[in-house]
Design a protein around this ligand. Structure first.
Ligand code: GLV
Ligand code: MG
Length: 358
């Protein structure tokens, strides 16, 4: 689909008369953990008010993991929770049902008029191409216009089909509402006919093995497990960065394996993701730890920034060369630390305590 099919000057025109102006930039709001809850589960729903302020994003899930019989209750439960609470600095997101499901139209036509002023982002599952985003984009504009919503609701796509991966750049650029992408490793594995039955994370069979020692053919050969998701996460990060939006890891289903969960989250963080999903309260703590730069990294970054003065040329620090490019790397760290310090008093105290001697 050639981008020129629509004039550049029309890209930011509302798609319905009376709809809010589409955003020109997607703000970098901290979203280290997107915590999923089932609004039809009374026990889970009751905990939501107390979680406000403890997690960057609360997401009312309407799609997979919600039984068909509970779809309506989940939708109505989300409306109730959203109307009854002030979310303060915590973002409220939802994951709607898939576009080919019998529930999605009612999801959108119910949620937007009822709680469209409270919903920050709508996560759309199983996105295949730009056409899916165009559909949601227009429908949202119509519903926003009708309901008098003043702030455009943003859209986040889950990457969970082979076609979605193949169309990743056009998906990210399909609407000014696009906020980001998450990896959907379970659906994606199934769609690609991968042979893992795990929800995210590695697989012991996906490895490289040390070469044999010709002198000692029976000697143990070390094996190194590889990251099954490296390729897809790297593609997501590039496509998102190119379009000024944000990449996220997705679900890590083995709740008990907190170590592997932390490793998977950290791989995504190092590659450029800004956050991840949390399926259990204990994953919130892991995500917050991993997706907040360490005090040591921020201290180093601030030291480089101070030493680089006007930002040009090169300096030596601890025997290492720093220049304009490494300064930019350090600014990524410092800017993230500043954004997080704004919403997290513990981090603010830790980062503020850093003393820079260049
Ligand atoms: C998430 O939705 C997944 O399919 O992994
Ligand atoms: Mg899925």
């Amino acid at each position: 689909m050639p981008a020129a099919s629509k004039s550049a000057k029309d890209f930011f025109r509302p798609l319905a008369v009376g709809a809010p102006m589409p955003p020109r930039e997607i703000p970098a709001r901290p979203s280290r953990a997107i915590h999923f809850f089932d609004p039809s589960n009374a026990k889970m729903a009751a905990k939501v008010p107390d979680m406000i302020g403890t997690v960057d994003v609360l997401l009312g899930n309407l799609e997979d993991a919600i039984k068909a019989d509970n779809k309506v209750a989940a939708r109505e439960g989300l409306v109730e929770i959203a109307q009854a609470n002030d979310f303060g600095g915590t973002q409220l997101w939802t994951r709607i049902n898939a576009l080919d499901s019998p529930w999605v139209l009612d999801d959108l036509t119910t949620l937007v008029p009822a709680i469209g002023d409270k919903l920050d982002v709508i996560m759309v599952p199983k996105v295949q191409g730009a056409e899916d985003i165009h559909y949601v984009d227009r429908l949202l504009a119509q519903l926003e216009a009708k309901a008098g919503i003043e702030k455009p609701i943003l859209v986040h796509a889950i990457l969970e089909t082979a076609r979605g991966v193949a169309n990743i750049e056009e998906i990210c650029g399909a609407s000014p509402r696009m906020q980001g992408l998450s990896l959907g490793p379970a659906d994606l594995a199934a769609d690609r006919r991968m042979k893992t039955t795990r929800v995210g994370g590695g697989h012991p069979g996906y490895l490289v093995r040390e070469d044999p020692d010709p002198q000692q053919p029976d000697k143990h050969r070390a094996i190194f497990q590889q990251d099954l998701w490296h390729y897809t996460i790297a593609r997501m990060v590039d496509a998102c960065a190119m379009h000024g939006i944000y990449a996220y890891y997705g679900p890590f289903g083995d709740i008990a394996d907190v170590t592997a969960c932390e490793d998977q989250f950290r791989n995504a963080f190092l590659l450029g993701c800004v956050g991840t999903w949390s399926l259990h309260p204990k994953q919130i703590a892991i995500a917050k730890k991993v997706f907040s730069p360490s005090v040591e990294d921020v201290a180093h970054a601030k030291r480089v920034v101070a030493a680089m003065g006007d930002g040009t040329g090169a300096v030596m620090l601890d025997g290492k060369m720093e220049d304009d490019a490494s300064l930019k790397q350090c600014l990524v760290m410092v800017e993230l630390a500043e954004q997080l310090a704004d919403i997290d008093p513990d981090l603010k105290a830790a980062y503020d305590a850093i003393e820079v001697d260049a």
